[in-house]
Write a protein that binds this ligand. Structure first.
Ligand SMILES: [Zn+2]
Length: 291
């Protein structure tokens, strides 16, 4: 089993930069944790991969949050990721599904629906910048590119794909981000466009091939000359822990806490990873007395 990875670097003699990610196992882990349906995991997987790619383009290694605030059956989704390759995500309704557009082509836009796409990212001064744009396609890759152009003024091409097998497991997931730098000449822009046109919607198939990362990046780039500057491993990483959820319980009102104590125990589930934490009556009493 190949490790998920994210690589980044420059191309076309430093006139553009690129980030490529393979997230197959990470997205499969999200599918299992959330028991997500095919179209829902395709949406969630693209959102997770896009968040990683976006995180890699910013120097700050803090968490970036990408949200789909949308009205489709998924009822919105959220991914948190960073340039260290850590990512987690959830959807309000991971069981959301839709008939495929054609055999093998999941209808992600149908489960996402209409609404807004919002990204929050840390700035160097420690404050957060949040940009919100309308969802233009619901296919998510275009929505990341639209966000980058209109909210960050960074022209970019974003390709994202998740391939789900008929037995429902994630056979491939990954993405590629290309950004021409301001000094890029016309021939570089054309070369990037040709690369995107060549890959088209086939990126998930490409990722599903069991090759090493360098072969994947080679096939993404085709004839474009590129350099690798950084390599990171990618993992589904949740920051939850029993201590954090203890803080959540401690922040409840007296009445709510008394109710839980009367029930004898409390179960708290982390949205992001579906991990269940059980609090005994003794633990609940201790939380109340510490208040
Ligand atoms: Zn968690």
């Amino acid at each position: 089993m190949r490790q998920d990875e994210m690589w980044m670097g420059t191309l076309c003699n430093g006139q553009a930069r690129w980030v490529a990610a393979r997230t197959t196992h990470t997205v499969e882990e999200a599918r299992i944790r959330h028991q997500a349906a095919p179209a829902a995991i395709a949406a969630l997987g693209r959102l997770m991969t896009g968040t990683l790619l976006l995180g890699a383009t910013f120097k700050n290694a803090g968490d970036i949050t990408a949200r789909l605030l949308s009205d489709g059956p998924l009822r919105g989704a959220l991914a948190v990721g960073n340039r260290l390759g850590q990512v987690r995500a959830y959807a309000q309704n991971p069981q959301a599904d839709a008939p495929p557009k054609r055999p093998g082509k999941l209808d992600v836009a149908a489960v996402v629906g209409q609404g807004e796409f919002a990204v929050s990212r840390p700035m160097d001064n420690g404050a957060y910048y949040t940009g919100t744009v309308p969802i233009i396609s619901g296919e998510i890759a275009e929505d990341f590119a639209h966000y980058l152009l209109h909210s960050e003024q960074i022209p970019s091409a974003v390709l994202l794909g998740v391939l789900v097998e008929t037995d429902l497991h994630v056979a491939g997931s990954g993405g590629l981000l290309l950004q021409p730098l301001p000094e890029a000449d016309e021939s570089t822009l054309q070369a990037l466009e040709a690369c995107v046109a060549r890959l088209g919607a086939g990126i998930s198939v490409l990722v599903a091939e069991d090759e090493d990362m360098s072969a994947y990046v080679d096939r993404c780039m085709g004839t474009l000359p590129y350099r690798v500057q950084e390599k990171t491993s990618v993992q589904f990483t949740c920051s939850c822990a029993k201590q954090k959820l203890t803080d959540v319980l401690a922040s409840l009102g007296d009445e709510e806490l008394a109710n839980l104590i009367a029930q004898g125990e409390a179960e708290v589930v982390c949205h992001f990873c579906n991990e269940r934490y059980l609090f005994s009556r003794e633990e609940l009493l201790k939380i109340r007395s510490a208040d």
